[in-house]
Design a protein around this ligand. Sequence first.
Ligand code: GUN
Length: 294
Amino acid sequence: MSATIIDGKAYAESLADRIAAAVPAFKARTGRAPGLAVVLVGSDPASEIYVRNKGRKTVELGMTSFEHILPATIRQEELLNIVAALNANDLVDGILVQLPLPGHLDELAIVAAIDPAKDVDGLHPQSAGRLAAGIAGPVSCTPLGCLMLLKNELGDLSGLDAIVVGRSILVGKPMAQLLLNANCTVTIAHSRTRNLSEKVRLADIVVAASGQAEMIKGDWIKPGAAVIDVGTTRVIRDGKRKLLGDVDFDSAVTIAGAITPVPGGVGPMTIMTLMHNTLVIAHHRSALPVPPLW
Ligand code: GUN
């Protein structure tokens, strides 16, 4: 038996269509486009590509992109001043400071300086607190994309056993909260978890976000389970560049009921959920009802 392949690219394209369709109505009501500001410090090549893609997609969907590309040597105070200026700019709805930041900068303090009403990727402590309390608010883009794919595939998630492998603030922790809010019974596994394979084998939903390429093997998966792979490890194999997930796809695809490929699964969703969050935040800031997007 072979699993259904969850097509994140197709879902992201359908979400893009719904976002693009909602933007003109927002402009007509407010006289302006939703605005997203992305701040990149330094010149990490992968981050540069992400930031460029984010800016391009923002404009493609009819929204306004504000980009701040800053030197790796920027001082904390200067960066805080830029965040404060973006907080004060009414044309900016969402602010994203690309992580990781260079080591001399205090990442937590910078994220905490973002106006929570503009916290487009849900990393502000207030957003994390809202999610934990089950109060509506911005949700980190990658886990939100995973949840959209799971609901699209499985419908109601109530009562299902889920395991999230990884406990980062960007993915693992918010993912676990989202699944809990969707009435799953959630296990959070991490590098110190004992007997991981046995715990994974009990789960109807596996979200792999450990950052360890191909760590989760097919024989760890419960037959028929839904597997969401957040991993993106770049390797050279047989002289070719390859992107690997955290799941050993070839063995898992024969056991799982549904699985996201890498690439083409979670990856395309992440930018689109950022666009989704920008549009949602813009509506909240303008006291407009949010149109149904998913
Ligand atoms: N770096 C990698 N992914 C993300 C993300 O979703 N948000 C931010 N701010 N930085 C990232």
